[in-house]
Design a protein around this ligand. Structure first.
Ligand SMILES: Nc1ncnc2c1ncn2[C@@H]1O[C@H](COP(=O)(O)OP(=O)(O)O)[C@@H](O)[C@H]1O
Ligand SMILES: [Mg+2]
Length: 429
Protein backbone atom coordinates (compact mmCIF):
# COMPACT_ATOMS: atom_id res chain seq x y z
CA UNK A 1 0.00 0.00 0.00
CA UNK A 2 1.25 3.50 -0.83
CA UNK A 3 1.16 5.97 2.02
CA UNK A 4 3.24 8.79 0.56
CA UNK A 5 1.51 10.88 -2.09
CA UNK A 6 2.99 10.72 -5.59
CA UNK A 7 2.06 14.12 -6.94
CA UNK A 8 4.42 17.04 -6.44
CA UNK A 9 1.59 18.92 -4.77
CA UNK A 10 0.92 16.16 -2.24
CA UNK A 11 4.59 15.79 -1.46
CA UNK A 12 5.09 19.53 -1.01
CA UNK A 13 2.11 19.78 1.32
CA UNK A 14 3.37 16.79 3.29
CA UNK A 15 6.83 18.31 3.58
CA UNK A 16 5.46 21.69 4.65
CA UNK A 17 3.11 20.03 7.12
CA UNK A 18 5.99 18.05 8.61
CA UNK A 19 8.21 21.13 8.88
CA UNK A 20 5.36 23.09 10.46
CA UNK A 21 4.81 20.34 13.00
CA UNK A 22 8.47 20.46 14.00
CA UNK A 23 8.22 24.23 14.10
CA UNK A 24 5.19 24.04 16.40
CA UNK A 25 6.85 21.59 18.74
CA UNK A 26 9.97 23.75 18.94
CA UNK A 27 7.85 26.85 19.52
CA UNK A 28 5.94 25.21 22.34
CA UNK A 29 9.05 23.83 23.98
CA UNK A 30 10.88 27.13 23.87
CA UNK A 31 7.75 28.88 25.09
CA UNK A 32 7.56 26.61 28.10
CA UNK A 33 11.28 26.67 28.72
CA UNK A 34 12.01 30.38 28.30
CA UNK A 35 8.75 32.09 29.22
CA UNK A 36 6.36 29.96 31.24
CA UNK A 37 8.87 28.34 33.57
CA UNK A 38 10.76 31.51 34.54
CA UNK A 39 7.41 33.22 34.93
CA UNK A 40 6.14 30.55 37.30
CA UNK A 41 9.35 30.67 39.29
CA UNK A 42 9.09 34.43 39.60
CA UNK A 43 5.51 34.25 40.82
CA UNK A 44 6.41 31.57 43.32
CA UNK A 45 9.23 33.62 44.76
CA UNK A 46 6.98 36.64 44.99
CA UNK A 47 4.33 34.62 46.81
CA UNK A 48 6.90 33.11 49.19
CA UNK A 49 8.22 36.59 50.05
CA UNK A 50 4.74 37.81 50.86
CA UNK A 51 4.06 34.77 53.01
CA UNK A 52 7.32 35.36 54.85
CA UNK A 53 6.38 39.00 55.46
CA UNK A 54 2.99 38.07 56.89
CA UNK A 55 4.59 35.51 59.17
CA UNK A 56 7.46 37.80 60.25
CA UNK A 57 6.09 37.92 63.81
CA UNK A 58 2.92 37.04 65.67
CA UNK A 59 2.04 40.67 65.93
CA UNK A 60 1.82 41.13 62.23
CA UNK A 61 -0.03 37.85 61.86
CA UNK A 62 -2.66 39.08 64.25
CA UNK A 63 -2.86 42.33 62.30
CA UNK A 64 -3.28 40.42 59.09
CA UNK A 65 -6.68 39.25 60.26
CA UNK A 66 -7.80 42.88 60.40
CA UNK A 67 -9.95 44.39 57.73
CA UNK A 68 -7.69 47.38 57.03
CA UNK A 69 -4.67 45.12 56.41
CA UNK A 70 -6.72 43.12 53.99
CA UNK A 71 -7.96 46.19 52.18
CA UNK A 72 -4.50 47.68 51.82
CA UNK A 73 -2.58 44.56 50.78
CA UNK A 74 -5.25 42.30 49.32
CA UNK A 75 -3.72 39.51 51.41
CA UNK A 76 -6.08 37.64 53.70
CA UNK A 77 -5.28 35.11 56.40
CA UNK A 78 -7.81 32.45 57.41
CA UNK A 79 -8.04 29.59 59.82
CA UNK A 80 -8.52 26.37 57.91
CA UNK A 81 -12.25 26.01 58.64
CA UNK A 82 -12.96 29.60 57.54
CA UNK A 83 -10.72 29.20 54.51
CA UNK A 84 -12.68 26.17 53.36
CA UNK A 85 -15.91 28.09 53.40
CA UNK A 86 -14.30 31.11 51.70
CA UNK A 87 -13.23 29.31 48.55
CA UNK A 88 -10.35 27.01 49.51
CA UNK A 89 -12.58 24.00 48.95
CA UNK A 90 -12.95 24.91 45.25
CA UNK A 91 -9.26 25.60 44.68
CA UNK A 92 -7.11 23.03 42.91
CA UNK A 93 -4.10 21.52 44.55
CA UNK A 94 -0.90 22.05 42.50
CA UNK A 95 1.64 19.38 43.39
CA UNK A 96 4.64 20.77 41.54
CA UNK A 97 4.15 24.30 42.80
CA UNK A 98 3.54 23.06 46.33
CA UNK A 99 6.92 21.33 46.19
CA UNK A 100 8.63 24.48 44.98
CA UNK A 101 6.89 26.51 47.67
CA UNK A 102 8.03 24.02 50.29
CA UNK A 103 11.59 24.58 49.14
CA UNK A 104 11.23 28.34 49.27
CA UNK A 105 9.61 28.35 52.72
CA UNK A 106 11.84 25.62 54.20
CA UNK A 107 9.09 23.24 55.23
CA UNK A 108 6.04 21.31 54.11
CA UNK A 109 3.89 23.89 52.33
CA UNK A 110 0.77 23.45 50.23
CA UNK A 111 -0.40 25.62 47.38
CA UNK A 112 -3.84 25.73 45.79
CA UNK A 113 -5.15 27.89 43.00
CA UNK A 114 -8.50 29.17 41.83
CA UNK A 115 -8.70 30.86 38.49
CA UNK A 116 -11.55 33.21 37.83
CA UNK A 117 -11.36 35.32 34.69
CA UNK A 118 -8.36 37.63 34.82
CA UNK A 119 -7.73 36.87 38.49
CA UNK A 120 -5.71 34.08 40.02
CA UNK A 121 -6.19 33.38 43.72
CA UNK A 122 -3.37 31.52 45.43
CA UNK A 123 -4.03 29.70 48.71
CA UNK A 124 -0.87 28.90 50.61
CA UNK A 125 -0.54 26.87 53.79
CA UNK A 126 2.83 27.90 55.26
CA UNK A 127 4.89 25.27 57.08
CA UNK A 128 5.53 27.71 59.95
CA UNK A 129 1.82 27.84 60.89
CA UNK A 130 0.05 24.92 59.26
CA UNK A 131 -3.38 25.86 60.73
CA UNK A 132 -3.57 29.03 58.69
CA UNK A 133 -4.18 29.58 54.99
CA UNK A 134 -2.92 32.75 53.34
CA UNK A 135 -4.96 33.93 50.36
CA UNK A 136 -3.10 36.06 47.86
CA UNK A 137 -4.93 37.28 44.73
CA UNK A 138 -2.88 38.16 41.67
CA UNK A 139 -4.16 39.51 38.40
CA UNK A 140 -2.71 39.76 34.93
CA UNK A 141 0.28 37.61 35.78
CA UNK A 142 0.61 33.89 35.20
CA UNK A 143 0.40 31.96 31.99
CA UNK A 144 -0.15 34.04 28.95
CA UNK A 145 -3.13 33.37 26.79
CA UNK A 146 -1.97 31.01 24.07
CA UNK A 147 -4.83 31.16 21.63
CA UNK A 148 -3.20 33.93 19.53
CA UNK A 149 -0.17 31.70 19.15
CA UNK A 150 -2.33 28.85 17.91
CA UNK A 151 -4.12 31.18 15.52
CA UNK A 152 -0.79 32.43 14.18
CA UNK A 153 0.46 28.88 13.71
CA UNK A 154 -2.72 27.80 11.92
CA UNK A 155 -2.53 30.91 9.77
CA UNK A 156 1.10 30.18 8.96
CA UNK A 157 0.17 26.59 8.12
CA UNK A 158 -2.59 27.67 5.76
CA UNK A 159 -0.33 30.26 4.18
CA UNK A 160 2.38 27.67 3.59
CA UNK A 161 -0.02 25.16 2.05
CA UNK A 162 -1.47 27.82 -0.27
CA UNK A 163 2.05 28.99 -1.09
CA UNK A 164 3.10 25.42 -1.79
CA UNK A 165 0.07 24.90 -3.98
CA UNK A 166 0.81 28.02 -6.04
CA UNK A 167 4.47 27.04 -6.30
CA UNK A 168 3.70 23.51 -7.46
CA UNK A 169 1.12 24.78 -9.91
CA UNK A 170 3.69 27.17 -11.29
CA UNK A 171 6.10 24.28 -11.79
CA UNK A 172 3.47 21.86 -13.06
CA UNK A 173 1.86 23.95 -15.76
CA UNK A 174 4.92 23.88 -18.07
CA UNK A 175 5.31 20.18 -17.23
CA UNK A 176 1.71 19.56 -18.30
CA UNK A 177 2.36 21.39 -21.56
CA UNK A 178 5.49 19.31 -22.02
CA UNK A 179 3.57 16.09 -21.43
CA UNK A 180 0.91 17.05 -23.96
CA UNK A 181 3.52 18.04 -26.53
CA UNK A 182 5.40 14.76 -26.00
CA UNK A 183 2.17 12.83 -26.55
CA UNK A 184 1.58 14.81 -29.75
CA UNK A 185 5.07 13.98 -31.00
CA UNK A 186 4.44 10.34 -30.12
CA UNK A 187 1.35 10.46 -32.28
CA UNK A 188 3.37 11.88 -35.16
CA UNK A 189 2.12 15.45 -34.85
CA UNK A 190 4.62 18.22 -34.37
CA UNK A 191 3.39 21.01 -32.13
CA UNK A 192 4.76 24.56 -32.13
CA UNK A 193 7.94 24.88 -30.04
CA UNK A 194 6.97 25.19 -26.38
CA UNK A 195 7.39 28.54 -24.62
CA UNK A 196 10.55 28.41 -22.51
CA UNK A 197 9.26 29.53 -19.14
CA UNK A 198 9.36 28.46 -15.50
CA UNK A 199 12.31 27.53 -13.33
CA UNK A 200 15.76 27.14 -14.91
CA UNK A 201 15.49 23.35 -14.73
CA UNK A 202 12.14 23.35 -16.52
CA UNK A 203 13.44 25.80 -19.10
CA UNK A 204 16.39 23.47 -19.73
CA UNK A 205 14.07 20.48 -20.16
CA UNK A 206 11.79 22.49 -22.44
CA UNK A 207 14.73 23.58 -24.57
CA UNK A 208 15.95 20.00 -24.83
CA UNK A 209 12.44 18.87 -25.77
CA UNK A 210 12.07 21.55 -28.44
CA UNK A 211 15.43 20.55 -29.81
CA UNK A 212 14.48 16.88 -29.87
CA UNK A 213 11.11 17.59 -31.44
CA UNK A 214 12.78 19.66 -34.17
CA UNK A 215 15.27 16.84 -34.75
CA UNK A 216 12.56 14.21 -35.10
CA UNK A 217 10.57 16.41 -37.43
CA UNK A 218 13.64 17.04 -39.57
CA UNK A 219 14.32 13.31 -39.71
CA UNK A 220 10.76 12.54 -40.69
CA UNK A 221 10.70 15.30 -43.31
CA UNK A 222 13.94 13.98 -44.80
CA UNK A 223 12.63 10.44 -44.92
CA UNK A 224 9.36 11.53 -46.45
CA UNK A 225 11.17 13.57 -49.06
CA UNK A 226 13.36 10.62 -49.89
CA UNK A 227 10.43 8.24 -50.17
CA UNK A 228 8.42 10.70 -52.22
CA UNK A 229 11.40 11.25 -54.52
CA UNK A 230 12.02 7.56 -55.05
CA UNK A 231 8.34 6.80 -55.58
CA UNK A 232 7.98 9.55 -58.10
CA UNK A 233 11.16 8.68 -59.97
CA UNK A 234 10.25 5.01 -60.20
CA UNK A 235 6.82 5.60 -61.66
CA UNK A 236 8.10 6.87 -65.00
CA UNK A 237 10.51 3.98 -65.78
CA UNK A 238 7.85 1.52 -64.61
CA UNK A 239 5.37 2.97 -67.08
CA UNK A 240 8.01 2.77 -69.77
CA UNK A 241 8.75 -0.89 -68.95
CA UNK A 242 5.04 -1.68 -69.04
CA UNK A 243 4.79 -0.10 -72.47
CA UNK A 244 7.78 -2.07 -73.64
CA UNK A 245 6.24 -5.29 -72.29
CA UNK A 246 3.01 -4.57 -74.16
CA UNK A 247 4.99 -4.46 -77.35
CA UNK A 248 6.69 -7.81 -76.79
CA UNK A 249 6.01 -10.53 -79.31
CA UNK A 250 3.38 -13.19 -78.60
CA UNK A 251 6.07 -15.88 -78.18
CA UNK A 252 7.15 -14.13 -75.04
CA UNK A 253 3.61 -14.09 -73.54
CA UNK A 254 4.80 -15.92 -70.44
CA UNK A 255 7.64 -13.45 -69.86
CA UNK A 256 5.35 -10.54 -70.51
CA UNK A 257 2.86 -11.67 -67.85
CA UNK A 258 5.67 -12.05 -65.36
CA UNK A 259 6.93 -8.54 -66.04
CA UNK A 260 3.44 -7.08 -65.75
CA UNK A 261 2.89 -8.88 -62.46
CA UNK A 262 6.14 -7.47 -61.13
CA UNK A 263 5.21 -3.99 -62.25
CA UNK A 264 1.89 -4.28 -60.42
CA UNK A 265 3.68 -5.35 -57.27
CA UNK A 266 6.13 -2.50 -57.56
CA UNK A 267 3.30 -0.06 -58.10
CA UNK A 268 1.50 -1.30 -55.02
CA UNK A 269 4.70 -0.93 -52.98
CA UNK A 270 5.03 2.63 -54.24
CA UNK A 271 1.40 3.19 -53.28
CA UNK A 272 2.25 2.01 -49.75
CA UNK A 273 5.20 4.40 -49.66
CA UNK A 274 2.95 7.25 -50.61
CA UNK A 275 0.30 6.19 -48.09
CA UNK A 276 2.91 6.12 -45.37
CA UNK A 277 4.07 9.62 -46.16
CA UNK A 278 0.62 11.02 -46.69
CA UNK A 279 -1.00 9.92 -43.44
CA UNK A 280 -1.03 13.43 -42.07
CA UNK A 281 -2.71 15.11 -44.99
CA UNK A 282 -5.40 17.75 -44.84
CA UNK A 283 -8.01 15.04 -44.27
CA UNK A 284 -10.01 16.54 -41.36
CA UNK A 285 -11.86 14.35 -38.86
CA UNK A 286 -15.59 14.20 -39.44
CA UNK A 287 -18.33 12.34 -37.59
CA UNK A 288 -19.07 9.14 -39.42
CA UNK A 289 -20.19 5.58 -38.96
CA UNK A 290 -17.39 3.03 -38.78
CA UNK A 291 -19.66 0.28 -40.14
CA UNK A 292 -20.32 2.33 -43.23
CA UNK A 293 -16.59 2.91 -43.70
CA UNK A 294 -15.79 -0.80 -43.36
CA UNK A 295 -18.53 -1.71 -45.85
CA UNK A 296 -16.95 0.72 -48.30
CA UNK A 297 -13.52 -0.83 -47.90
CA UNK A 298 -14.89 -4.37 -48.21
CA UNK A 299 -16.34 -3.54 -51.61
CA UNK A 300 -12.93 -2.58 -52.94
CA UNK A 301 -10.83 -5.24 -51.20
CA UNK A 302 -13.02 -8.23 -52.03
CA UNK A 303 -11.06 -10.92 -53.90
CA UNK A 304 -12.79 -13.66 -55.84
CA UNK A 305 -12.79 -17.02 -54.11
CA UNK A 306 -12.50 -15.51 -50.62
CA UNK A 307 -15.29 -14.81 -48.16
CA UNK A 308 -15.37 -11.80 -45.86
CA UNK A 309 -18.02 -12.08 -43.15
CA UNK A 310 -19.07 -8.80 -41.56
CA UNK A 311 -20.87 -8.97 -38.19
CA UNK A 312 -21.75 -5.36 -37.53
CA UNK A 313 -23.18 -3.90 -34.37
CA UNK A 314 -24.89 -0.55 -34.16
CA UNK A 315 -22.23 2.09 -33.37
CA UNK A 316 -22.31 5.76 -32.44
CA UNK A 317 -20.77 8.10 -34.98
CA UNK A 318 -17.19 9.00 -34.14
CA UNK A 319 -14.78 11.59 -35.57
CA UNK A 320 -12.77 9.89 -38.32
CA UNK A 321 -10.38 11.04 -41.01
CA UNK A 322 -12.35 9.11 -43.55
CA UNK A 323 -9.75 8.58 -46.25
CA UNK A 324 -6.93 7.76 -43.84
CA UNK A 325 -9.05 5.36 -41.80
CA UNK A 326 -10.16 3.61 -44.99
CA UNK A 327 -6.51 3.12 -45.82
CA UNK A 328 -5.87 1.59 -42.39
CA UNK A 329 -8.83 -0.77 -42.64
CA UNK A 330 -7.82 -1.72 -46.17
CA UNK A 331 -4.31 -2.57 -44.96
CA UNK A 332 -5.62 -4.79 -42.19
CA UNK A 333 -7.96 -6.62 -44.54
CA UNK A 334 -5.21 -6.98 -47.17
CA UNK A 335 -2.93 -8.54 -44.56
CA UNK A 336 -5.64 -10.95 -43.44
CA UNK A 337 -6.30 -11.95 -47.04
CA UNK A 338 -2.64 -12.24 -47.89
CA UNK A 339 -1.47 -14.22 -44.87
CA UNK A 340 -4.34 -16.71 -44.58
CA UNK A 341 -6.27 -18.90 -46.91
CA UNK A 342 -9.66 -19.28 -45.26
CA UNK A 343 -12.53 -16.93 -44.65
CA UNK A 344 -12.16 -13.64 -42.87
CA UNK A 345 -14.44 -12.31 -40.21
CA UNK A 346 -14.87 -8.65 -39.33
CA UNK A 347 -16.77 -7.63 -36.21
CA UNK A 348 -17.55 -4.22 -34.79
CA UNK A 349 -18.79 -3.16 -31.38
CA UNK A 350 -18.47 -0.92 -28.36
CA UNK A 351 -15.76 -1.62 -25.80
CA UNK A 352 -16.70 -2.86 -22.32
CA UNK A 353 -15.90 0.48 -20.70
CA UNK A 354 -18.12 2.27 -23.29
CA UNK A 355 -15.26 4.66 -24.07
CA UNK A 356 -14.37 3.35 -27.51
CA UNK A 357 -15.74 1.59 -30.54
CA UNK A 358 -13.75 -1.20 -32.08
CA UNK A 359 -13.45 -3.29 -35.19
CA UNK A 360 -11.73 -6.61 -35.29
CA UNK A 361 -10.44 -8.47 -38.33
CA UNK A 362 -9.92 -12.18 -37.70
CA UNK A 363 -8.32 -14.67 -40.04
CA UNK A 364 -7.40 -18.33 -39.67
CA UNK A 365 -3.83 -18.09 -40.93
CA UNK A 366 -0.64 -18.91 -39.03
CA UNK A 367 -0.75 -15.79 -36.82
CA UNK A 368 2.36 -13.94 -35.66
CA UNK A 369 4.97 -15.01 -33.11
CA UNK A 370 4.25 -13.18 -29.86
CA UNK A 371 7.76 -11.70 -29.67
CA UNK A 372 7.55 -10.35 -33.24
CA UNK A 373 4.38 -8.34 -32.84
CA UNK A 374 6.01 -5.17 -31.49
CA UNK A 375 8.77 -5.25 -34.09
CA UNK A 376 6.46 -5.71 -37.06
CA UNK A 377 4.82 -2.37 -36.38
CA UNK A 378 8.10 -0.70 -37.37
CA UNK A 379 8.22 0.50 -40.98
CA UNK A 380 9.95 -1.82 -43.48
CA UNK A 381 9.80 -4.90 -41.28
CA UNK A 382 8.26 -8.15 -42.45
CA UNK A 383 7.69 -11.49 -40.87
CA UNK A 384 9.12 -14.76 -42.13
CA UNK A 385 5.93 -15.80 -43.88
CA UNK A 386 6.10 -12.63 -45.97
CA UNK A 387 9.52 -13.26 -47.45
CA UNK A 388 9.29 -13.14 -51.19
CA UNK A 389 5.80 -11.67 -51.28
CA UNK A 390 5.08 -8.30 -52.73
CA UNK A 391 4.69 -6.45 -49.40
CA UNK A 392 6.78 -3.48 -48.39
CA UNK A 393 6.65 -3.99 -44.61
CA UNK A 394 4.85 -0.67 -44.27
CA UNK A 395 1.29 -1.93 -43.78
CA UNK A 396 1.28 -2.23 -40.00
CA UNK A 397 3.27 1.00 -39.60
CA UNK A 398 0.67 2.81 -41.69
CA UNK A 399 -2.16 1.26 -39.67
CA UNK A 400 -0.55 2.22 -36.36
CA UNK A 401 0.17 5.76 -37.47
CA UNK A 402 -3.36 6.35 -38.67
CA UNK A 403 -4.98 4.75 -35.63
CA UNK A 404 -2.72 6.71 -33.28
CA UNK A 405 -3.61 10.01 -34.90
CA UNK A 406 -7.20 9.11 -34.01
CA UNK A 407 -6.15 8.57 -30.39
CA UNK A 408 -6.80 4.84 -30.73
CA UNK A 409 -4.83 1.60 -30.35
CA UNK A 410 -4.12 -1.49 -32.44
CA UNK A 411 -3.85 -4.89 -30.76
CA UNK A 412 -2.65 -7.96 -32.60
CA UNK A 413 -3.40 -11.23 -30.84
CA UNK A 414 -3.17 -14.83 -31.87
CA UNK A 415 -6.53 -16.49 -31.63
CA UNK A 416 -6.90 -19.68 -29.64
CA UNK A 417 -8.57 -21.42 -32.58
CA UNK A 418 -5.64 -20.29 -34.79
CA UNK A 419 -5.15 -17.22 -36.88
CA UNK A 420 -4.60 -13.59 -36.09
CA UNK A 421 -7.05 -11.12 -34.66
CA UNK A 422 -6.30 -7.46 -35.35
CA UNK A 423 -8.39 -5.27 -33.12
CA UNK A 424 -8.52 -1.49 -33.46
CA UNK A 425 -10.01 0.59 -30.67
CA UNK A 426 -11.07 4.16 -31.42
CA UNK A 427 -12.17 6.58 -28.72
CA UNK A 428 -15.76 7.79 -28.97
CA UNK A 429 -14.92 11.32 -27.83
N1 LIG B 1 -3.01 -11.41 -40.60
C1 LIG B 1 -1.71 -11.77 -40.50
N2 LIG B 1 -1.39 -13.05 -40.26
C2 LIG B 1 -0.10 -13.41 -40.16
N3 LIG B 1 0.95 -12.56 -40.25
C3 LIG B 1 0.69 -11.27 -40.48
C4 LIG B 1 -0.65 -10.80 -40.61
N4 LIG B 1 -0.60 -9.47 -40.82
C5 LIG B 1 0.70 -9.13 -40.84
N5 LIG B 1 1.49 -10.21 -40.63
C6 LIG B 1 2.94 -10.22 -40.54
O1 LIG B 1 3.37 -8.91 -40.24
C7 LIG B 1 4.34 -8.48 -41.20
C8 LIG B 1 4.23 -6.99 -41.41
O2 LIG B 1 3.01 -6.65 -42.02
P1 LIG B 1 2.91 -5.33 -42.88
O3 LIG B 1 3.50 -4.26 -42.05
O4 LIG B 1 1.55 -5.19 -43.36
O5 LIG B 1 3.92 -5.57 -44.05
P2 LIG B 1 3.73 -6.44 -45.37
O6 LIG B 1 2.33 -6.93 -45.38
O7 LIG B 1 4.02 -5.47 -46.44
O8 LIG B 1 4.73 -7.52 -45.27
C9 LIG B 1 4.03 -9.28 -42.42
O9 LIG B 1 5.19 -9.40 -43.19
C10 LIG B 1 3.56 -10.59 -41.85
O10 LIG B 1 4.68 -11.41 -41.56
MG1 LIG C 1 0.70 -5.62 -45.23
Amino acid sequence: MRILPRSAFGQTVLLIGFLLLINQVVSWVSMVYYIIQPNTQLTNELLAKQVRVVLIDDDLLRKAFSRSFQEKTGIEVYRESDALSSGLAEATYLAHRSKEMSKLLDGDAELRLTQGGEQYIFWIRPPQSPHYWIRIPLSGLEEANFSPLTVVLIFLGLLSVIGGWLFVRQINSPLKALQKAAEDVGRGEFPQPLAEQGTTEIVAVTQAFNHMSRGIKQLEDDRNLLMAGISHDLRTPLTRIRLAAEMMSTQDEFLKEGIEGDIDDMNSIIDQFIDYIRHNSKDKPELCDLNHLINDVMQTEMISGRQIKFLEQELPEIPLRFVAMKRAVANIIQNALRYSDGDIEITTGISDNKQSVYFCVCDSGPGILEEDIERLFQPFTQGDIARGTEGSGLGLAIIKKIVNTHGGHVHLTNREEGGLSAKVLLPIK
